[in-house]
Every structure is written in C-alpha cells, then in structure tokens.
Write a protein that binds this ligand. Sequence first.
Ligand code: CU
Length: 303
Amino acid sequence: MRIGASTFAEGVDLSLYIIAGISIFFLVGITAVMIYFVIRYNKKRNPKATNIEGNNTLEVIWTVIPTILVLVMFYYGWMGYKPMRTVPGNAIEINAYGQMWKFSFEYPNGKLTDSLVVPLNRPVKLYLNSRDVLHSFYIPAFRLKEDMVPGGKNYLWFEANLKGKYDILCAEYCGQLHSYMLSSVTVLPVEEYEAWFEKAPTITDEHPGLTVMKQNACLTCHSQDGSKIIGPSFKGIYGHEVTVVTDGIERQVMVDDEYITRSIKQPGSDVVQGYMNGLMVSYENVLTDQQIKDVIEYIKTLK
Ligand SMILES: [Cu+2]
C-alpha cells in the first residue's frame, strides 16, 4: 500500500506498522489473559488466595522478550529517522517562515510565496524559521514534522516522489487562529518546476502596500472592512483619533504616518483600547522603510 509522497514515507510507515502491530498484539493478549484470570481465579472457583513464589525462568522471559521488542522498535524508528537528518549536498535550499498565522517561503532567487512548489525526485532542504512563537511545520503526505523555533535554527529535507498537491499544516498550537495556518506543497516534474522558478512574479495592479501586507500575514489579524479580528481593522483609521493604552494610561492619538510606523516597529508601545497587547511582534527588521511607506499609503486608501 503506497500513500506517502516522499522517499521517507516507506521507512516511517514501516516503523508505524511495526509499533502499532506489537501494541495491538499485546493489547489483545493482555486483555485475554486478564479475562481468563478473572474467570479462573474468582472467589467461587478459587476461594482461598494463595501466595505464588517467584519463577526465575518466567522473569528472564518477560525481561528478555520485551527488551528485544523495544530494541526492534528502536531499530526501525531509527532507520526511518536517520536519513531525515542527513541532507544530500545538492539539495535546493529554501527559507521557510512561520508566523501567527501564516507560512511563507523564500527561494534562492528571492522569489516569495505563500505555498511551496518543489521538483519531483530532487532533494529540497528547508531552513525553518519562526517570527514569533513555536510553530510546527507538518507535511503529512511526506511524513515530516519539524518545529519552527523562535530564535533557534532548524531544518528539514525531503525528496518528493509523487506528483500532486499536498497539505502543509501547523502542528503546534500557536494561538487563536492556529487552525487557519494552512499552506500546500505542489510537486511538479523538473521542467515545469524550473519554468515556475524562473518566472518572475506576475505584475498585477495590486497596491504594493497590499502585497506587503499579504506577504507578512498582516491581514490575518487586521481586516480591511471594519470587522474586528485579533487587531483593529485598517478601514478608515488614517487621519482619525483613536484611544490607545500607553504604559497603562489611556490617551488619544492621531493615526498618522508616525503612529503607524511606531505600531509596526514597536507594537506594544500604544495598544488600541480593547485589544490585547503582546500578540504582535515587531516588524522592525522584517519590513524595509519603503515597505512601511507602501503599507501606510495603502491604509490611507481604506476609507
Ligand atoms: Cu503555528
């Protein structure tokens, strides 16, 4: 039975079947023995309790056999796991970012995407980064799951061996919209992948500020239509006064270029009243000055 889409699938599935098989065998066996003992040694059949002395042969057997079984499980687990940490030198290297609540990818030529596109039968290495909290990068079809640790370094690699489109999920509860943290990986034949890789991003008439916001998951928390999500909506805020909490003290501020820039760089400095502090991380080293300008220009258009 083949349902995996990477070269790791076989090893992982094999160890899963072995461990599940041994567990089911013991579950059934122990339950059967328990039922047998309950019947055989109940008070009616066995009115007088007897003390059973030790049995060396039995003790050796129930020590040696489980030890062997555990070592068998370890062996298959290890054989499935070891190749996952041994990256071939010719792997394509891609940066993967997790943040509340979005995955994004950066290719060697600077191409930025929301979902992963990879070639068939070629090793691909992902550097795993987090911009805020712990996330877990999970591709069930590839049998891969690795943590994205803020401030830490981690990686994974794979070789996809079945064309198709597969889910990418976050497998570490990372806050309110964790379940929306979805992406996908598309496996293409090498020529199609190369054509996709070389293709410059299509030029659209999208506002550059909107592009920046989409790339940085701003819109996961801030709506454009006035609806309240995690953070305040961007609709109609520019040029208006808003009540914020600064060091515990409420005050009125004008939403202008300076206020928006400060909110992007130090999100904790003035938190709009009624919203929680600490959910947004600083984008000081993520966005360039130009990108912040674009964002401000775009917010101005949301009347
Ligand atoms: Cu997450």
